[in-house]
Ligand binder design. Structure first.
Ligand SMILES: C[S@@+](CC[C@H](N)C(=O)[O-])C[C@H]1O[C@@H](n2cnc3c(N)ncnc32)[C@H](O)[C@@H]1O
Length: 221
């Protein structure tokens, strides 16, 4: 059990949605090299209707580490040649798990680009927790020209993000994509590298179909 105190500003962001739940510096089951500020419990707190509504409105994705983020982070740490010396752009970083792994694996620079200001605050806090530097942005188009590798993990829970897969390719950047949400995903121009088991953490108790992560890379750049 960690005796570290969560950053007050990040804790306050969580407590706007979940008043009683604390963030805990949590080692990841699939990536024990990393710790992240994550929810310390999920199901014990009885949610009153206002809290439940607020959660549905703006889920704190950044306070969980998704199955795909863990698998892609583990791949980068096992195969650091994929990122070493590169300027990596992680799209939809949430907690920052993939961005942090890329930095630990020797990327020349890492930018985490998320639409959610709370996620960017989590990326900053988690980068500090793991002793690495990660740049932050909420502007994908501004980030694309300066990167030479794009990573993205579990952004396809929102099907509106599917066109991003083509957008990444037309930006002529190599892409590493991890997904646990669309079982029959076959994106044109991407080839499947493999499938790995992982569980979103803390464990949401999701159906087993979401505990299998497919990783893809682009074939044409
Ligand atoms: C399910 S979480 C996954 C987080 C992390 N990649 C992981 O695997 O743990 C998805 C994240 O993507 C962000 N996101 C969704 N659509 C996005 C977009 N079009 N551009 C940037 N971020 C996006 C959300 O705000 C959220 O932080």
């Amino acid at each position: 059990m960690s005796d570290l105190q969560p950053p007050a500003a990040l804790q306050a962001r969580l407590n706007r949605l979940l008043p009683k739940i604390r963030l805990l510096a949590t080692p990841l089951p699939a990536v024990p090299e990393l710790r992240l500020w994550l929810l310390d419990k999920l199901v014990d707190e009885r949610l009153d209707q206002d809290v439940a509504n607020a959660l549905m409105e703006a889920p704190p994705y950044w306070a969980l580490c998704w199955a795909s983020g863990q698998v892609l982070a583990a791949r980068l740490l096992a195969e650091p040649w994929r990122v070493r010396g590169r300027h990596v752009l992680d799209v939809g970083p949430g907690s920052g798990v993939v961005a942090i792994a890329a930095a630990l694996a020797g990327a020349a620079s890492v930018t985490a680009c998320d639409l959610d200001a709370d996620a960017l605050a989590a990326c900053a806090a988690n980068a500090a927790l793991n002793g690495v530097a990660v740049r932050l942005s909420d502007d994908l188009e501004a980030c694309l020209p300066g990167c030479d590798l794009i990573t993205a993990a579990d952004i396809l829970y929102d099907r509106d993000n599917l066109p991003l897969l083509d957008r990444f390719r037309t930006a002529a950047k190599p892409v590493l994509l991890a997904d646990s949400r669309i079982a029959d995903l076959r994106p044109p121009g991407y080839r499947r590298l493999g499938e790995w088991p992982a569980t979103t953490w803390p464990d949401l108790g999701e159906s087993g179909e979401f505990n299998r992560v497919r990783v893809f890379e682009t074939t044409l750049v």
